[in-house]
Design a protein around this ligand. Structure first.
Ligand SMILES: [Zn+2]
Length: 464
C-alpha cells in the first residue's frame, strides 16, 4: 500500500540507510500490491490464434466487390442478384454468419434489425436500414443475460454522401471493422461462454449513425444488459509511411453522455472525470493486451473520438451503455470518404490495396480476447459504495455479490494516474476497510472467478 508523499530532511548517512530500507520495503510491497496482467486462459489464447489475416482479406475484398455500400444505394432483388449495392452486402453478411452457425451446430442466432429512416439531410427519401447480427447465447442461467458486443459499420461512402452511382469501396472504413465482427464470430462461436456475445454489423453510419442509434435504442427500450461495446471503425492499418502497425487507438468518453445533472455535479465534485464505465473498459482492454499475445498494443486516448469525427460507440454511450472505439494509429485522409481517382500523382479512395490484413487480424485478436475475457468473467459487482458518513482517514467499501465470482479485488491509483496502480485481494466478502484515505486515491472493485477471469472494475458511489 502506498502512503501520501512525504518529504523530510535527514542527514546524508541516515538518509542512505533510510533510502535502502525504503527501497527494500517498496520492492516487497510492490510484489504484493503491483498490478499484474490477468491469468492467461489457454482456451482464449488458442482461439485468437485461429484469427486469419487471409480470411479477413477475403472478407474485405468481398465487401469491396459490391461496388458501393452506400446506405441509400440499391437494395431491391435485382441489385442483390447483380451483386451491387448495400442490399447485396447485407445478404452476404447474413449468409456468412449463417455459415459460421452451421459450422457450430446452429450455435449462432442470426438476426436482422430493420427500420425505415425518415428523410433527412443525408437521406433524400425514407430508406429502409438493416443491421445484421449474430448472437452467441451464454451458457450461464443468470450470466446469459449479460451481453458483450462487437460492432463495425458495413455501409460506405465516397466524396459525396448522396452519391450512389460511383464506387465507394470502403475497404478500411469500415470493411475492416465489419471483418473484425465477422472473424470474431467465426472463431469465438467454436467456444462456449457464461455470458452472451453479440457480433453486430450496422448500416447508416455515414448518413448519421442511424443503424447504431436504432440498435442502441432498441437495446435500451428492451432492457438489455449490455456490459461492453467494442466499436471498430477504420482498423485497416492504412499502409502510409508514418503508420505504426503495432498500435491501435482506443477512444473512450470521459463524462458520460448519458449522465444526469446530478451525476455531473457529483463527478465534478469528486474528480470522476476520468472514471466513466467506458474508460474502465478501455483500461480493461489494455489489461487484455498485456495478457494475450495479440501483436498490437492498445493506446488509450481519453476522449470520445478524433477531431471532426464521430462513430457508432457514441450511439451506445448516449443510451448509457459502456462503449469504446478502436481506430488505427494514423489515418490517411486521402483514403477515406473520397471518390476513387488519381490527382497530381496522389491516389484517392478507400481501396483494398491500402489495407494491412495482418494488422486487421491483430486488432481482431485484441477484440476477440477482450470479448472472451469479459464473457468468461463474473458479472460486475453491484451497488458498490464508499462509506462517507464520518470524517475518517480509513476507507470502507461495500458491494453486492456477483454470481459466479470466487472473490473480489480492490483497485486504486493516485488521482493523477491514468491507470490502476495497486490491487488488494479481499476474498469472498462484501465489505472491506483499507488503511488509505479516500481523499487521496480513486478506488474500484472487481469480481474474480476461480480461473482468474476478471470483471470490469466498478468505481464506488459515495454513501452517507
Ligand atoms: Zn467509419
Amino acid at each position: 500500500m502506498i502512503s501520501p508523499h512525504r518529504q523530510t530532511r535527514w542527514p546524508l548517512s541516515a538518509s542512505l540507510v533510510l533510502i535502502a530500507g525504503i527501497v527494500a520495503l517498496a520492492q516487497e510491497k510492490s510484489s504484493q500490491d503491483a498490478l499484474a496482467p490477468a491469468t492467461r486462459d489457454a482456451r482464449i489464447s488458442t482461439a485468437i490464434q485461429q484469427i486469419s489475416a487471409e480470411r479477413i482479406r477475403a472478407n474485405i475484398e468481398k465487401l469491396v466487390s459490391f461496388g458501393t455500400r452506400s446506405t441509400i444505394s440499391a437494395q431491391d432483388p435485382a441489385s442483390i442478384a447483380a451483386r451491387r449495392g448495400i442490399g447485396a452486402a447485407r445478404e452476404w453478411i447474413k449468409s456468412e454468419f449463417e455459415r459460421y452457425s452451421k459450422d457450430c451446430g446452429g450455435c449462432l442466432e442470426v438476426k436482422t434489425d430493420s427500420f425505415t429512416e425518415p428523410a433527412a439531410d443525408r437521406i433524400p427519401q425514407p430508406t429502409e436500414i438493416t443491421n445484421v447480427y449474430a448472437v452467441l447465447k451464454g451458457t450461464g442461467a443468470e450470466n446469459a443475460k449479460r451481453i458483450v458486443l462487437v460492432t463495425g459499420h458495413y455501409d460506405s461512402r465516397n466524396s459525396d454522401t448522396l452519391n450512389v452511382k460511383d464506387d465507394a469501396p470502403g475497404a478500411n472504413d469500415d470493411g475492416s471493422g465489419t471483418a473484425v465482427s465477422l472473424e470474431c464470430a467465426r472463431v469465438l462461436s467454436k467456444l462456449k461462454f457464461p455470458a452472451t456475445i453479440i457480433f453486430l454489423t450496422v448500416a447508416g453510419e455515414e448518413q448519421g449513425l442511424n443503424g447504431s442509434h436504432h440498435f442502441a435504442n432498441m437495446a435500451k427500450e428492451q432492457g438489455w444488459n449490455i456490459e461492453a461495446v467494442l466499436n471498430n471503425d477504420i482498423v485497416g492499418g492504412d499502409k502510409s509511411a508514418e503508420q505504426d502497425h503495432s498500435i491501435v487507438r482506443v477512444f473512450s468518453e470521459g463524462i458520460p453522455a448519458a449522465a444526469t445533472e446530478q451525476e455531473v455535479r457529483r463527478i465534478r465534485g469528486l474528480g470522476g472525470e476520468n472514471d466513466s464505465a467506458s474508460r474502465q473498459l478501455a483500461r480493461y482492454i489494455d489489461d487484455v493486451g498485456s495478457t494475450y499475445n495479440t501483436g498490437v498494443k492498445p493506446m488509450l486516448v481519453f476522449r470520445l473520438d478524433r477531431y471532426l469525427r464521430g462513430g457508432d460507440h457514441s450511439s451506445f454511450n448516449q443510451q448509457g451503455f459502456t462503449a469504446v472505439r478502436f481506430t488505427e494509429f494514423r489515418e490517411d485522409f486521402h483514403h477515406q470518404h473520397q471518390n476513387v481517382r488519381t490527382e497530381n500523382g496522389i491516389e484517392y479512395g478507400d481501396l483494398a490495396k491500402f489495407v494491412d490484413y495482418d494488422y486487421v487480424a491483430r486488432v481482431a485478436r485484441l477484440n476477440a480476447a477482450s470479448l472472451a475475457s469479459l464473457a468468461s468473467a463474473p458479472a460486475l459487482p453491484a451497488n458498490v459504495h464508499l462509506l462517507t458518513k464520518d470524517l475518517e482517514n480509513d476507507s470502507t467499501l461495500t458491494w453486492e455479490t456477483s454470481p459466479g465470482s470466487l472473490g473480489y479485488e480492490i483497485l486504486w491509483r493516485a488521482t493523477t494516474s491514468p491507470e490502476w496502480e495497486h490491487v488488494q485481494k479481499v476474498g469472498n466478502v462484501l465489505r472491506t476497510t483499507l488503511k488509505l484515505s479516500k481523499d487521496n486515491v480513486i478506488f474500484a472493485v472487481r469480481a474474480v472467478d476461480a480461473d482468474g477471469h476478471r470483471s470490469l472494475p466498478v468505481v464506488p458511489l459515495p454513501e452517507r
